[in-house]
Design a protein around this ligand. Sequence first.
Ligand SMILES: *Cc1c(COP(=O)(O)O)cnc(C)c1O
Length: 399
Amino acid sequence: MTISQQWITSADQVLFNNYGRFPLVPVRGEGCRLWDAEGKSYLDFVAGVAVNSLGHCHPNVVRAIREQAGMMLHCSNLYYIPKQIELAQLLCANSFADRVFFCNSGAEANEAALKLARKYSRNKFGENRFEVISALCSFHGRTIGTISATGQDKVKTGYDPLLQGFRYVPYGASDALEKAVTATTCAVLLEPLQGEGGVNVPPPGYFKKVREICDRHNLLLILDEVQSGCGRTGKLFAYEHEGIEPDIMTLAKALAGGPPIGAMLAKEELASTFGPGSHGSTFGGNPLIAAAAVAALRTLLEEGILDNCLRMGRYLVERLHELQKRYPFIVDIRGRGLILGMELAVPGAGFVRKAMDKGVLINCTVDKVLRFVPPLVVNEAEIDEMIAVLDGIFAEEGK
Ligand SMILES: *Cc1c(COP(=O)(O)O)cnc(C)c1O
């Protein structure tokens, strides 16, 4: 048995089997590459599902973690944490927001957003305003609250009773959204581009209309940028493509360059809703993770990475379209920056497995959409390598 096989056997005995894991044990990463326990290398176009946006072990992030680890690992939010303050300053200076609340994951950030929206609306408009409209095919996390907010049955099955107060509308249809507004609606929760739901890009002008609807009915617009944020679409935040601003935004995945983090950002008027004791998190914004995030965000802003994301995104789309011309089972190619989806007329899981055997990691979501979310530092040669492998396995399928 190889070392990898030994780990997989052990995992089967002690871990919950809730992930449907691939038989791969990566132990080291650098840039766009991972190595398994046997030393085989993999080109990584999954990047921790849009977490490792600076590539694996970016030296700036590693250095910041090492320095902070020798100073202080954890400190309660009963006290002030300089790195957390610095991170919030960076986020506010580069977004619509005035204030930030830190937590540890995307789901937690969305929980905070839902709590803030409810409390704000209750204070401002009275008891009966708590309902949130979200989209079909959305994904907002795995807590009871966020599966209730998610417009996909597959994450909800078996967990009844769920949280009350959600209504779901088709993504991209502003008329349906406005029709769903009632006297009890307090907020609209949307992804600027749906990730898990199949890399769905909204039609042009959709978010302008959503903003108008929210303004007309005094609703808060909450944007879940957990996957689309932090440079993934070629802008720091995906809402910047739409010419609008949200009232609340949630971040997580790539924010700290790898380590776990979540954040909820909001305008001043809303932020005052959360007074002392109203919400909290033990680890949220802790010094170690905040130091990593400051380094990650500075790197993203100062080292031309957004520009690389846009250029490499365009190049990858071009190369994917070349494949589409030759393989009729490729139905659609869509996305923005370096979150790209290739919809197939056939299931995608087999291709993902074959690509892995050939040393390339890609992801498949909603059964038929291959999702490409490489590190934003990816280069043309790495894209060519991934395309060559994909071409090879598609050619086998065509036979
Ligand atoms: C991944 C994701 C989440 C959940 O984040 P966790 O850190 O796994 O809780 C929420 N919303 C979106 C859009 C995501 O992509």
